[in-house]
Each structure stands twice: as C-alpha cells, then as structure tokens.
Write a protein that binds this ligand. Structure first.
Ligand code: SF4
Ligand code: SF4
Length: 429
C-alpha cells in the first residue's frame, strides 16, 4: 500500500514501524473472509483491510480520530486471524496496538466508557483487587438485567454476567514434590486473572511439570503480563508491566537458570513473546526483553517438545478442542495441544470455523458485549454440534466465555493431561 507519511511523522519510531507494516499490505482482501467481525457485520470497515485504511489515514495525517473510526477499531478483537491468513506478512498486531495507543492519546471517550476502562485497568491485573471485585460483583449480579437495558451501562451488565456464581475456592488439590534431580527449572508465569478464576489450572500444570521432571519457579515480584492494558491502548502501563516482570525474572534466574518461561494463558503468552518488540527502544531492557521473549513457551508447546509416558488409564473421553486465537494465530501453536490430548488417550474432535474467535478476547466481552455474545453463541453452537463430553481450551478467558453458552464443561487442556496421568478429575467435570 502506498503511503505518504511526512518525515516529521516518521521521526516517531512507532509511526515509522506502522508505516512499514502498512506498506506491506497489497489490498488483496484475503483476510476479510477470516475476520470474525467482517463475517458477522459484512462491513469493509470492520475488516482487517478496512481497519488498515482507517489507521493509515489517522496516522498519516496525524488526525484526531472520529467516533466512527474509534468504533471500527474498538470492534477489532485482536484475534490475529488476519495475520494467519495474510500472504504478505502484514503484522496487524503491531499496527492495531499502535492505533489503540494513538487513540488513547488523542481521543476523548464518553465518560461511561472511560469509567469502565479505568476500572478494568485498575482491578483485573491485580489478583487481590480482582478477587474483591468478584465478591462485590456476586452481590451486584442481580442488577445485570437492569443495567443491560441502559446503553452506557451495558459493559457493566456484561461484566456482572461474567462473575462466577461461586468463588473459585478449590478443593485441596495435591501437588507433587519437585523432582530431587530435576531435568531443569522452568518459571511458571503466575498471571493475574487465571489464578483467581481457575486456580486449579496452575495446580494441574505444576503436577504435570513435576512428573515430567521439572522444578517450577514462581518468580517473586512478577505480575500481570501487561496484555490487558496494552489492548486498551495504555502503552506506558504495558511497558511498566513488562519491565517489572523482566526484573523479577532476572532475580529468579540468578538463583537458578531456567529452560523456559511456561505460560498457561495463551493471551499472556502472545504478549510475553512480543516483549522484545515492545521494549525495542529501551536500551536498558531491549536485550533482556528479547531474551525472555525467546524463553516463553505455551505449556502445550513446552510439553509437546518432550516425550511424556503413555497415560496409565486413558478415559477415551470425546474432547472438543477449542483453539484459542492467541494460541493458534498469536503464537502459531496449532498441533501440540491436539496431539498431547490424543496421546493422553482422548478422542479429539475439532469444530467448524475453528479459526474464528470465541469473543472473549481479553476484556472485549465486557467492552463490546453484543458483538462478543453473537460471536460466542456461534462458537458454542459449533462446539455443541460435536457432541463432545468436554471442551478443552488453552486460555481461561475462552473457558469462561464458552462455558457461559454451553452445557458442556469447559476445562483447560492441561487439566485433562494431568487427569490422564494420575491427577484429580477436573473440577468442571
Ligand atoms: S485481529 Fe481479528 S477482528 Fe481484528 S481485524 Fe484481524 S481478524 Fe479481524
Ligand atoms: S490479507 Fe494481508 S495484504 Fe491482503 S488485504 Fe489483508 S492485510 Fe492486506
């Protein structure tokens, strides 16, 4: 795509990066067919190609975005399906991240929108605050129906409807002692939302890693990966989160070298694997950011490179595998989860439109509740058609989003692998 950025605009490194991304687009439109919002809405401006035009116009002319432009960019799920499809290698992720940061700097959102974004950014990335928020949400949950009838309060209604009815206080789940002579150590990213919503995922992961011969390090001082605020356009907050984690990993790896940073929420994995790009202009962190990004592995990717023993008692359960966008498109990890499940003795089936998002997409299902619901219903219907006994997903957000729209239990892939190898039956089953 031809561009006409001024030298002054290109002096900004983020704009220069975006310009090089835009120039790669050859307008072919292949990406439109695999974009969930285009598939649903049929509007070119809700397709990757249309958004690229809008972003180009906004950045090239250093224009303050209109409400219409912001609407079309806000509707993007950052599912990155377009990146998998694009034959020209357009890095849409970097482009839309920059567009969101630009909007955050130049556009005044309506007050209710600002308020909900402010609250999400200050609550979700902090497990203690999030836990407290869920407790309050449980009390306020009956108001969700009332809020859903007032347009500016719809995100609040969506948020309340996502609050689990019971707190995630798991039964006492056994851990396995770290191997006395481990094959190596791995850092397990602790995350922010996952341990609050589904603490059993971490317990299952630790058991599987211990059985595989790895000692698990939980790095002190680590926090949210920064994806949540980054997707809302808060670039400085995302940079701060990445720097804090890098410092925490520096301390942890001084005590013991690690083979990998293992991640169980694929949205976080996509974010950590991009730390090198995120901090590329920070001389104090760029090298270390690229190093840790290179160590990041989704749990299925890490286990997929090992040889696990055959399961002692395969269940033969029919498992519908839901490929989280951040795993299949963001990290291009597609076969490992399916293969691990099959090797663990499950009969794995794949839904139609497996390439399309479930509508969770970080906080998309709160900020864009109606679209997220339509996308989620379509995904749940495709999964239900398979008649599986359980749905497996590698991202807690997908598990919550799909779990609300189906009667079939939704668990993390690692819980099924753990169960097959002697761990407890997943709580959802
Ligand atoms: S990231 Fe997903 S929703 Fe956004 S333009 Fe690409 S395919 Fe469409
Ligand atoms: S597939 Fe790639 S090159 Fe083609 S229009 Fe989409 S982003 Fe541009």
């Amino acid at each position: 795509m031809q561009t006409r950025f001024s030298p002054a605009a290109l002096a900004d490194p983020d704009t220069a990066t975006s310009e090089s991304v835009i120039r790669k687009c050859v307008h072919c439109g292949f990406c439109t067919a695999t974009c969930p919002t285009y598939v649903l809405l049929g509007d070119e401006l809700d397709s990757p190609r249309g958004r690229i035009y809008l972003i180009k116009d906004m950045l090239e002319n250093r224009r303050q975005p209109s409400a219409e432009v912001v609407t079309h960019i806000d509707r993007c799920l950052s599912c990155l399906s377009c990146m998998t499809t694009c034959p020209s290698g357009v890095n849409y992720m970097h482009l839309v991240d920059h567009a969101r940061a630009y909007i955050d700097q130049t556009y005044q959102r309506p007050l209710p929108d600002r308020a909900i974004r402010w609250m999400l950014a200050r609550v979700l990335p902090y497990p203690a605050r999030f836990r407290m928020g869920l407790a309050l949400g449980r009390v306020a949950r009956p108001l969700a129906g009332l809020f859903s009838r007032v347009a500016p309060l719809k995100p609040l209604a969506a948020m309340l409807s996502l609050v689990p009815r019971r707190s995630a206080a798991p039964r006492a789940v056994p851990l396995i002692a770290a191997p006395s002579a481990p094959k190596g150590c791995v850092i397990l990213l602790q995350g922010c939302a996952e341990p609050v919503l589904r603490p059993e995922i971490r317990a299952a992961t630790m058991r599987v890693l211990a059985r595989a011969g790895y000692a698990v390090v939980l790095a002190r001082g680590e926090g949210c990966c920064g994806a949540l605020v980054h997707h809302m356009g808060h670039k400085q907050a995302a940079l701060a989160a990445a720097r804090r984690n890098i410092d925490a990993w520096d301390t942890a790896t001084r005590e013991a070298p690690v083979a990998a940073i293992v991640i169980t929420t694929s949205g976080c994995g996509t974010s950590v694997k991009d730390y090198g790009h995120l901090l590329r202009d920070d001389p104090a962190y760029a090298g270390r950011a690229a190093h840790y990004a290179g160590l990041a592995r989704d749990i299925s990717e890490f286990l997929g490179a090992l040889t696990l023993p055959p399961p002692p008692a395969p269940t033969g359960l029919r498992v519908a595998y839901h490929a989280a966008c951040s795993l299949q498109h963001g990290q291009q990890v597609t076969e490992a989860p399916r293969r691990l499940l099959a090797e663990a003795g499950y009969h794995v089936v794949t839904p139609r439109e497996a390439h399309l998002c479930c509508g969770s997409a970080g906080v998309y299902n709160i900020l864009q509740p109606e679209l997220a619901d339509r996308i989620g219903q379509r995904k749940a219907a495709n999964l239900d058609r398979l008649g599986a006994q359980v749905i497996a997903a590698g991202n807690v957000g997908c598990a919550v989003q799909i779990g609300q729209r189906t009667q079939t239990p939704v668990v993390h892939t690692i819980e099924l692998i753990d169960w097959a190898h002697g761990g407890p039956k997943p709580l959802q089953l």
